[in-house]
Design a protein. Sequence first.
Lengths: 67, 456
Amino acid sequence: MEGPDRAEQFIPAGLAALGIEADETDLAVMNAAHAMFWPSIRDLLAMDLGQLEPEPDQDLSRAPDQR
Amino acid sequence: MSALDLSLRAQAAAIAAGEADPAELLDAALERIEQRNPAINAVVEAFPEHSRAMLEAAPDGPLRGVPVVIKDEWPLPWRAQRFGAAEMMAATAPGESGPYLALRDAGAVIVGVANMHELGASSTGNASVYGPARNPWDSERCPGGSSSGPGAAVAARLVAGSVGADGIGSIRFPAAYCGLTGLKPTFGRAAMAGHHMDGVSTTIVSGPLTTDAADCRLLGSALFREELSGGEAGGLRIGVIRDAVSEDVAPEVREACEAAIEALRSETGGEVREVELADLDAAALATVLIANVESLGDSTAGRLNNLDPEIGPINRGFLKYRMLLPAAAGVKSHGIRTLMRRRLADLFEQVDVLAWPTVPAVAPPLEAPLVELPSGTLTADQANVRGAGLANLTGIPAISVPVGLGAGKLPIALQLQAAWGRDELLLDAAEALERANGRRWVEALPPLAEAEPAGA
C-alpha cells in the first residue's frame, strides 16, 4: 500500500500522468503534504461505510431528520 | 475617548441619537487606519471616496454610518476580490456581493478591504500577496487565518466590526488568536452571493468578527438579513468531549477553557455532560478534503504550469498536490459527513452546546507557526483543524469567545457549537459567559489599541 515513504514514486508518477510540472520547491512541499495527509487518507480509505444509509437531498442548513 | 472606541452597537446608537457625526466617525476610522495599520497590515486597501459615497447614500438601517471592513474574499462594486493572492484560480470581477449588499442595506460604511491568508489556505495568516497581517497582541505572532485582516483590524480597534468567511475555521481562528468573538453561522444562513465559490462550496459561510457577542448579534443580523433575537441560555446543557480537541491542548488553554465552561454552567444554572463523538480526526480530514476538492474546478495542468510567480511556495506546491487526491477519499469524506451529521443530531438531543478550545494553543510566531502540545510539536494548521472542521463539515453554527490570556498575554478562546439554526443560542451563551467573567476578556485591549496615537 502507498505510504509516505513512497512519495518519491507516487508524486512524480501522478504529476506526469496529469502533465503537471514541478520544480524542487514544489516537490519538497508536496512531499511534506503527502507525509502529513497520506497516513490519514489511508485510514479514511480503510473505513467501511458500506452500511451507512445515504442522506437523500442533504441540506446542510438543517439537521438530517428535519426535512 | 474616540467614538471609534465604542462598541459597534454604541456607535450605531450614538449616530441614531444624533450624538455622533458619522462623517467624523468615518474620518476617525480612516485616520486610525493610517496610524495603526502599518504595524499590523490588517487593511490592504482603503477607498475614502467610495466610503464617503456609501455614507452619503446610507439608509436609516441598524448600522447607519458605522465603519466596518470586509475580507478580501468578497467583490465590491469598485473592486474585485484578490483572495490574498497574486492569482486566483477562479474568475474574479468587481460586483455587488451578498455581504456588500447586506452591509449597504444596513447603512454600514465599508472603509477598507482586509487582508487574508493567501487563497484562504491556512489558519495562521502568515502569507499573503499583501504581506502577512500581524497580531495586535504581539506583532511577531500570527493573527489567525484565513480572515487575518478582519481579526487584526477589530482587535486593533481600527473598526468595531468586520466581515470574514469561514470554510475551515477561518473566522474562528483569527477570533481566537486576536481575542475577539467570531461567529461561523449555520451553513446557508448568512449572505454568500457573489463569492467565487457560491454554489460550489459546501463549507464556506460569511460571518461577523467583533469584540463581543452583542456586536456579533448586530452585525450577524445584517449579514443574515434577519434579526438574531436575544434570549437567556438558561439551564444550558454543555457537552464536553474527552478527546484530543479538549485534551491535547496547551495546559494554559485547557485550564482557561475548563474554567470558562464551569463559569458558563454556573451562570446559566445548567449542567456539564460528558458525551462521546467518535471519529473527529476523520471528520477534520474529510472537511479538508471536501473543501479542497470543491476548489479544483478551475485547476488544469496548463494553469498550474503557469502560476503567477508571486504565488507563495507552499500554495504553489499544494495546488499541484491536491490534484493527486484520490477520488475515493472524496467519496469517503461525504460518507463521514453523513455519519457525523447523524451523530450530531443525536448528540444535540442530549446537550444544547458542545464546548472545546477553539485552538489548542495561543497564536504562534509568524516566522514558524508551530505549536507545542502534550502530544508533541505540530504545525498550527494541523492542530487547529481538529477542532474547527466539524462545523464546516456538518453545517452547524459555531462561535469563538475569548476566555483568558496566556502567559505571553496572548488570547485564549473557547468554541461553542450548537445544532443547525441555533446561532442565536450561541450568542446567548456567549453573552452569559461574558456576564460570568465580568466582561473581562471581551474588554481586554491589546497593546496596540491601548496606545493612544500621537496627536489623537
